[in-house]
Design a protein around this ligand. Structure first.
Ligand SMILES: NC(=O)c1ccc[n+]([C@@H]2O[C@H](COP(=O)([O-])OP(=O)(O)OC[C@H]3O[C@@H](n4cnc5c(N)ncnc54)[C@H](OP(=O)(O)O)[C@@H]3O)[C@@H](O)[C@H]2O)c1
Length: 268
C-alpha cells in the first residue's frame, strides 16, 4: 500500500493524516523545513495555504515521478508549478472542515472532495483517487478540473473578502444591505469565469453563494479568521487571481480589485 505524503501540518493536513492513519494507511506528515530525511512518500497532498505551496514544494523537492495534489484554496500556484515541475499535478477542493486545537485537530464539517489533473502523466490517477477517497470521501474526479475549482473560487471571492472586511459571520451576508454589492461582484466576475471555461450564469452564482452563506451562517470565514489572527490571507489567490484573469481577458473588475486591495491593507 502506498505511503501518503502530506505537506503542511496545519488543520486540513492533520485531519487528513489522522483519517488515513485511522485506516492503517502509512502517512508522512511534513511541516516547515528542515525535514527529517528518513521518511518518504509515494504521492504528496499539499495542505499549506496557497501562498505557502510553492516554497513548501521547493524545499521538499519531490522526485519528478511523484504525483502532487494541491488542496489549497484559491488558484494561481498551479499555473506556475505546472511550468516548473514535471510531476503529475492535480488540483483538489474539499468541503470538509478542520480546526486546530493545540496539537489536536477537530473535524468541523464532513463533506466531499473534487479533483482533477492539471498536467503530467495520467497514470497516477488511480493512486490519487485512492488517497483522496480514503482521506476526504467521497472523492469525485472531474475531467475538466477547473469546473469545481472555479465554482469554489466564485463563492470564496464574495464570501471571504466581505466577511473579512466587515468582520461578520457568513450568515450576515444574507441581510438586504449586502444584496446590491453581492450582485455587483457577481456581475463583474461572471464573464471572467465564463472566459475561463465555466458554464455559469449570474443567477446560478448568486444562488450558490446565498446557499453557502445560509448553510454556514454561524461560521467565521477562513479569511476573517486569518485577519483576526494577524495572518496573511489567501486573497491574492482568490480575488487577486480573478483580477489577473479579468485583465488577461480585457474585462473590467474594479470591485474585486478594490476588495483585493482593502483586504491586503487590512492584513499587512
Ligand atoms: N481548514 C479547513 O477547514 C479547510 C477546508 C478546506 C480547504 N482548506 C484550505 O486548505 C489550506 C490549508 O488550510 P489550513 O486551515 O489547514 O491552514 P493551516 O492550519 O494554516 O495549515 C497550513 C500549514 O502549512 C504549514 N506550512 C507553511 N509553510 C510550509 C512549508 N514551507 N512547508 C511545510 N509546511 C508549511 C503551516 O505552518 P505554520 O503554521 O508554521 O505557518 C501550517 O501548519 C488552505 O488553502 C485552506 O484554504 C482548509
Amino acid at each position: 500500500m502506498a505511503t501518503v505524503g502530506i505537506l503542511g501540518d496545519g488543520a486540513i493536513g492533520r485531519l487528513i493524516a489522522k483519517r488515513l492513519a485511522d485506516q492503517d494507511i502509512d502517512v508522512c506528515l511534513k511541516g516547515r523545513p528542515p525535514h527529517p530525511k528518513a521518511q518518504d512518500a509515494d504521492l504528496w497532498l499539499v495542505c499549506t495555504k496557497s501562498h505557502q505551496a510553492e516554497l513548501a514544494l521547493a524545499a521538499l523537492a519531490p522526485r519528478p515521478e511523484l504525483p502532487l495534489v494541491l488542496l489549497c484554496n484559491g488558484l494561481g500556484p498551479h499555473e506556475r508549478l505546472a511550468q516548473r515541475l514535471s510531476n503529475p499535478l492535480f488540483l483538489g477542493t474539499t468541503t470538509y472542515g478542520a480546526k486546530r486545537q493545540g496539537e489536536q485537530v477537530l473535524m468541523t464539517g464532513r463533506g466531499h472532495c473534487g479533483y482533477g489533473q492539471v498536467s503530467g502523466s495520467l497514470q497516477a490517477l488511480p493512486q490519487v483517487h485512492w488517497a483522496l477517497h480514503r482521506a476526504l470521501p467521497p472523492a469525485r474526479y472531474f475531467p475538466q478540473v477547473m469546473e469545481p475549482l472555479l465554482q469554489k473560487l466564485a463563492i470564496n471571492a464574495v464570501i471571504n473578502p466581505l466577511t473579512a472586511r466587515d468582520q461578520v459571520p457568513n450568515g450576515a451576508l444574507l441581510a438586504s444591505q449586502y444584496r446590491q454589492e453581492i450582485i455587483a461582484l457577481i456581475a463583474e466576475m461572471t464573464p471572467v469565469l465564463q472566459h475561463e471555461g465555466l458554464a455559469c450564469t449570474a443567477q446560478e452564482l448568486l444562488d450558490n453563494i446565498l446557499a453557502v452563506a445560509q448553510a454556514t451562517a454561524a461560521n467565521t470565514s477562513s479569511m476573517l479568521a486569518d485577519r483576526q489572527a494577524g495572518r496573511k490571507t489567501e486573497v491574492d489567490a482568490i480575488n487577486g487571481y480573478l483580477c489577473e484573469k479579468a485583465q488577461h481577458h480585457q474585462l473590467p473588475a474594479p470591485l474585486h480589485r478594490l476588495l483585493w486591495q482593502q483586504i491586503r491593507e487590512l492584513t499587512t
